[in-house]
Design a protein around this ligand. Structure first.
Ligand code: FPP
Length: 254
């Protein structure tokens, strides 16, 4: 089923305007509630995921308009492989459809696309398409969209630790020089600033193995609404909540 391609509004605020802290530079979202959205309408789960993909378009448009520079969406967790084969196939098909039909538009809009996670698990064909999308958009200067696919925060920390341990084993690294910055540089999100704001929809108050290291100082906003209902108004409300938070990073109140 073709998904409507969301047109991005003229006059979108260019990336790089959020440096005063009122707008989060990096927003990360746990998109939850597709299944419940579908069930409440008597529809199959895939209908909820399709509606969720349309919400992705609205979210991206809102993020660009608001001047957010990095948007990370948790599209498939490392635990989602435990879902039934039919649902995994549906989600993989939806992802393939999204990449095939949206990348050209996102490229025109100067969106840089990155995929983080064990994407090889989706098979070489889809993996090649994802790599092509990354290459095509690599030099774009607008919003950076990270799609977390087969991503798990614990696994991210483990793979970074292994890479550092191997460097020590080769004699290239003194263990005493290992610090937090080095860990960050070995995570799958290397080079991307940590999220300022993590949002989860659907009334669940869990992090579910998402960006565990990276969200150490993020603000969290939990919404009762279901992901397929997410729109520009929801995004503005979330930024409004964020704007009222005082971020202290462990320091004493001023
Ligand atoms: C959680 O809802 C959502 C997912 C596991 C998949 C997220 C996928 C999308 C939003 C659509 C595809 C995205 C792209 C980028 C093409 P759930 O199924 O766990 O909902 P439930 O908790 O109500 O059952």
């Amino acid at each position: 089923m073709p998904l409507p391609l969301g047109a991005v509004a003229q006059g979108a605020v260019p990336a790089g305007t959020s440096t005063d802290g009122s707008v989060p530079q990096h927003v990360a979202i746990i998109m939850d509630g597709n299944g419940r959205w579908a069930a409440s309408r008597g529809l199959p789960r895939i209908a909820g995921h399709r509606a969720g993909a349309e919400a992705v378009t609205r979210c991206l448009r809102a993020a660009r308009r608001q001047g957010v520079e990095y948007l990370t969406l948790y599209a498939f967790s490392s635990e989602n492989w435990r879902r039934g084969p039919d649902e995994v196939a549906d989600l993989t098909g939806l992802l393939r459809f999204y990449v095939r039909h949206k990348v050209a538009e996102l490229h025109r809009e100067q969106v840089r696309i990155l995929f983080v996670g064990e994407v090889h698990r989706f098979g070489s064909d889809l993996c090649d398409e994802l790599a092509r999308a990354e290459q095509l958009t690599a030099h774009n200067t607008g919003l950076t969209l990270l799609l977390a696919l087969s991503y798990g925060g614990r696994n991210d920390i483990v793979q970074a630790t292994k890479a550092i341990a191997r460097a020590v084993q080769r004699g290239e690294l003194d263990p005493d020089t290992i610090d937090e910055n080095m860990m960050s540089r070995h995570l799958l999100t290397a080079g991307i600033p940590d999220p300022d704001l993590v949002v989860r929809t659907s009334g669940e108050h869990r992090i579910s193995n998402f960006l565990l290291w990276q969200s150490a100082y993020a603000e969290f906003v939990f919404l009762d609404s279901l992901w397929p209902d997410f729109d520009e108004t929801t995004f503005a409300q979330v930024l409004e909540i964020y704007g009222r938070r005082e971020r202290r990073f462990g320091a004493r109140p001023a």
